[in-house]
Design a protein around this ligand. Structure first.
Ligand code: NDP
Length: 330
């Protein structure tokens, strides 16, 4: 079968408006690269929301197939590292942005961008984790490398994709997790993932008045950025670290240097996009070991290719809870 379905984003050159629809493509439409993969599952990440709408500056060329991550089975490969039948997963490398991505039943990518599906995870579970979950794991590893202090570990944007997986991993590792959410109705969900304490978003929304507050948090995974990150920096324990992952609440950082100077706080930037092969394999192995699969299942909702345009809008509005797994063959 050389024909397959894909969610294609097109741009009207006159109005500049973009629109997305499921279309039938053939293998000849796919970009040149070494490995053709029959996609089984893909997901919805914040960046996918951007690529499904205006592009957010991420998409340069239309028509475009978004989908920054996918899991599936190799169909053909001209690279010796992969052969037909191998199970693989892909996150990052600007796939779904600069290169056609996983919102399709077939995708063609560079062999360097793939990793073998880790033992202990199937394709659906791997995408329940997805880029958001991989980033959560990379953040936990960065905090561990710098030492997590005695206080609770704060997770901002806790009910979102990165936040949900980070909460479940940290709780499973035995840390006291405090989840910040703007959605009070997600409290029981966050507690079911292992959060001990829920912090209302408003409590951290005020801009910094005093550069240092009480030493409260032993570490932080921050998916929100902006004023909330600035506020949290002044509440970290001496020598504690913040893994800065995202900017769902803004790209500015209205902070002072005082937490760095007087409390030795570390601000660790986390980038999942250009992670070298060894790091990605190590992080996936840790996910298979440290993320309880029943908790993963509790944070997942299922969708199809046709649901993606609406889900893209929802994630940009902060309305998606946990992770969305998209069965591209449904
Ligand atoms: P989600 O939309 O699933 O989660 C973001 C969460 O942030 C929301 O669920 C909401 O949580 C909270 N939030 C949203 N808007 C605001 C706001 N205005 N103020 C405060 N909190 C807000 O997205 P993801 O988890 O997939 O991604 C989160 C961020 O991480 C994004 O910016 C994304 O681009 C980035 N990211 C970065 C990666 C990297 O490699 N560095 C990889 C993956 C993602 P709640 O309802 O609980 O308050």
């Amino acid at each position: 079968m050389s024909e397959f379905n894909a969610l294609v984003v097109s741009k009207d050159e006159e109005s500049g408006e973009t629109s997305a629809a499921v279309e039938t493509l053939t293998l000849a439409d796919l970009p040149e690269a070494e490995v053709t993969v029959a996609v089984e599952y893909t997901t919805v990440n914040y960046k996918d929301g951007l690529c499904l709408s205006s592009g957010g500056g991420l998409v340069r060329k239309y028509p475009h197939v978004p989908g920054i991550d996918f899991a599936g089975t190799v169909e053909a490969s001209s690279d010796a590292r992969y052969k037909a039948g191998d199970k693989v997963v892909l996150t990052g490398w600007r796939v779904g942005e600069a290169h056609w991505g996983g919102y399709a039943q077939k995708v063609r990518v560079k062999a360097d961008w793939l990793v073998p599906l880790p033992a202990g995870l199937d394709a659906r579970q791997a995408m329940a984790v997805g880029t958001a979950g991989l980033t959560a794991m990379l953040s936990v590893m960065a905090l561990e490398d710098h030492g997590i202090k005695s206080g609770p570990v704060l997770v901002t944007g806790a009910a979102g994709g990165v936040g949900s997986v980070a909460t479940a991993i940290l709780a499973n590792l035995g840390y006291d997790v405090a989840g910040v959410t703007g959605r009070p109705e997600t409290e029981s969900y966050l507690k079911s993932l292992g959060a001990k304490q829920i912090v209302a978003r408003e409590e951290l929304a005020e801009t910094v008045k005093r550069p240092l507050e009480g030493e409260t948090w032993g570490g932080c995974i921050d998916a929100v950025g902006g004023a909330m990150l600035a506020r949290v920096l002044g509440q970290m324990e001496y020598g504690a670290s913040v893994a800065s992952v995202g900017l769902a609440g803004g790209a500015g950082l209205p902070a002072t240097v005082i937490p760095f100077l007087l409390r030795g706080v570390n601000l660790l930037g986390i980038d999942s996009v250009m992670q070298p092969y060894e790091n990605r394999v190590r992080a996936w192995e840790r996910i298979a070991k440290d993320l309880p699969m029943d908790k993963l299942e509790a944070m997942v909702q299922s969708a199809t290719l046709a649901d993606l345009p609406q889900l893209g809008k929802d994630i940009l509005n902060g309305q998606v809870k946990g992770r969305v797994v998209v069965d591209v063959n449904a």
